[in-house]
Design a protein around this ligand. Structure first.
Ligand SMILES: C[S@@+](CC[C@H](N)C(=O)[O-])C[C@H]1O[C@@H](n2cnc3c(N)ncnc32)[C@H](O)[C@@H]1O
Length: 210
């Protein structure tokens, strides 16, 4: 596939990835070259692949604690692979049910030489993990109230959900009152990341898991 339309790398990329910028460039280029034909990104995404996707995910990296973070519904590796590149001190467990997406994720782990990623082919509600996770991320998987039962059971007591959301995040929190109580989430907040840094801010619902 042609990568002529690939967005010029924004200068913020180097700030967000530091010395790991070359890995981020390789991942972005691989996604630009193969993403559309492999059904990972839509045809209109190349001109905004850095700003709307890769950087939008990288801005979340400082929220991760050292330990094991799951990414439910990783798809193309957003945010899971981007976070693994930005945070080599964190192990990312990518939980994705679709075989061809799992194949892509595994290939990228190998190609980029990432030693802090585990790929698990499963639906989140059926995933059998060795140990509870410290945190779980998800992006563009489903509404918060539906994500809670998929993600909270995977997280240890004292861990967190970090769910990437759009402008409707506050309304999603309001709509999830029943699930928040049922799964004993606490300190549920909507964060806005990247103001003045990214073209489009990133919104995150962060919640503690008891
Ligand atoms: C719209 S894609 C988003 C992919 C990626 N997170 C992104 O932001 O580009 C949703 C992904 O969630 C996965 N998915 C759907 N239901 C799931 C479930 N119950 N458990 C884990 N993954 C799921 C799909 O296979 C798909 O890869």
């Amino acid at each position: 596939m042609t990568t002529e339309l690939l967005e010029t790398e924004p200068s913020t990329a180097t700030e967000l990835f530091g010395e790991r910028i070359d890995l981020a460039r390789r991942f972005t280029r691989n996604l630009a070259e193969q993403g559309e034909e492999r059904g990972l990104i839509g045809p209109l995404e190349l001109p905004r692949l850095w700003s709307r996707h890769v950087l939008n995910c990288a801005i979340v990296a400082p929220l991760l604690r050292p330990g094991r973070t799951g990414d439910v519904g990783s798809g193309a590796g957003l945010p899971g692979l981007v976070l693994a590149i930005a945070r080599p001190d964190v192990t990312l467990v990518l939980i994705e049910p679709m075989e061809r997406r799992v194949a892509w994720l595994s290939e990228q782990v190998e190609e980029l030489g990432l030693d802090n990623v585990e790929v698990v082919r499963a639906r989140a509600e059926e995933a059998r993990l060795d140990a509870p996770l410290d945190q779980v991320t998800a992006r563009a998987v489903s509404a918060f109230r539906k994500l809670i039962p998929l993600t909270a059971p995977l997280v240890r007591d004292g861990g967190e959900l970090i769910l990437m959301k759009g402008a409707g995040a506050p309304a999603e929190v309001d709509a999830a009152a029943k699930e928040i109580r049922k799964f004993r989430l606490h300190d549920v907040e909507v964060l806005t990341l990247g103001e003045g840094v990214l073209d489009d801010v990133t919104r995150v619902i962060r919640a503690g898991v008891r």
